[in-house]
Design a protein around this ligand. Structure first.
Ligand code: GUN
Length: 296
């Protein structure tokens, strides 16, 4: 048996198309252009790649992109002053501060300085609380993309056993909340979980988000399960540089019912959801109907 491959590239392109179509209407009917501000502090190479990609796709969707690049030694006061300025700017509907920040900056303090209505990452404590209590919020982009793929592939998730591997604030915890919201029975497994293989083997849905290359082998997967691989790990094998997930794709795809590849699975969905969140924030700010199908 061989798993269905869930194509994130195709799905993300569809979402970007829907966002672009809605943006075109917003401009034509209301004279409003959604704007996304991305703040990058320092020169982390991976972050630079992400930020460039976000800016490019924002513009391609017809939205305004504002990039602020600050030097690695930027003070907390200067960064907070910039966030304050973006919070006040009516042309900016979404604000994203690229993580990780340099060590001398307090990430929680910085994230919680963003106006929650503009917090398109969904990391502000207020959005975390709203999501956890089932209220309207901004939903973190990567888990939102995973949820969209799961709903698209499975239809209703109600009553399914879901195991999320990894307990990060960016992916694991909000993913668990979203699955709970869709009436899954949710387990969060992590580095201290006992008999993790047996825990994962119970799952109809596995979301792997730990950041350890190929740590989930095929024999942890229940036959027919749906596997979402959030990992993006750079490794070298046989002298070749490779991008691999947290799941061992070769063995897992022989057992799973469906699986996301790396690259081309969750990755492209994250930025597509960021654009969707920016559009949603813009609609809410202007008292306009929110685009359907693009929010959790
Ligand atoms: N760094 C890695 N993932 C993310 C993300 O989703 N948002 C932000 N702001 N930084 C990140």
């Amino acid at each position: 048996m061989s798993a269905t491959i869930i194509d994130g590239k195709v799905f993300a392109a569809t979402i970007r198309g829907q966002v672009e179509a809605y943006v075109t209407r917003l401009k034509a009917e209301h004279g409003i252009t959604p704007g996304l501000a991305v703040v990058l502090v320092g020169e982390d190479p991976a972050s630079q790649v992400y930020v460039r990609s976000k800016g490019k796709q924002t513009v391609e969707a017809g939205m305004n992109s504002y990039e602020s690049k600050l030097e690695a030694g930027t003070t907390e006061a200067d960064l907070l002053a910039l966030i304050d300025q973006l919070n006040r700017d009516p042309a900016v509907h979404g604000i994203l501060v690229q993580l990780p920040l340099p060590k001398h900056l307090d990430e929680d303090l910085v994230i919680n300085a963003i106006n929650p209505a503009k917090d398109v990452d969904g990391f502000h404590i207020s959005n975390v609380g709203l999501l956890g209590t089932g209220q309207k919020s901004m939903v973190p982009c990567t888990p939102l993309g995973c949820l969209m793929m799961l709903r698209d592939h499975l239809g209703s998730l109600s009553g399914l056993d879901a195991v999320v591997i990894g307990r990060s604030n960016i992916v694991g915890k909000p993913m668990a909340q979203l699955l709970l919201g869709d009436s899954c029975t949710v387990t969060i497994a992590h580095s201290r979980t006992r008999n993790i293989a047996d825990v994962v083997r119970r799952a109809d849905i596995v979301v792997a988000a730990v950041g350890r290359a190929e740590m989930v082998p095929g024999d942890w997967i229940k036959p027919g399960a749906t596997v979402i691989d959030v990992g993006i790990n750079r490794i070298e094998r046989d002298g070749r540089k490779l991008l691999v997930g947290d799941v061992d794709f070769a063995s897992a795809s022989a057992v799973a019912g469906a699986i996301t590849p790396v690259p081309g699975g969750v990755g492209p969905m994250t930025i597509a959801c960021l654009l969707a969140n920016t559009l949603t924030a813009c609609c809410r700010a202007n008292g306009l109907p929110e685009p359907e199908g693009l929010i959790a």
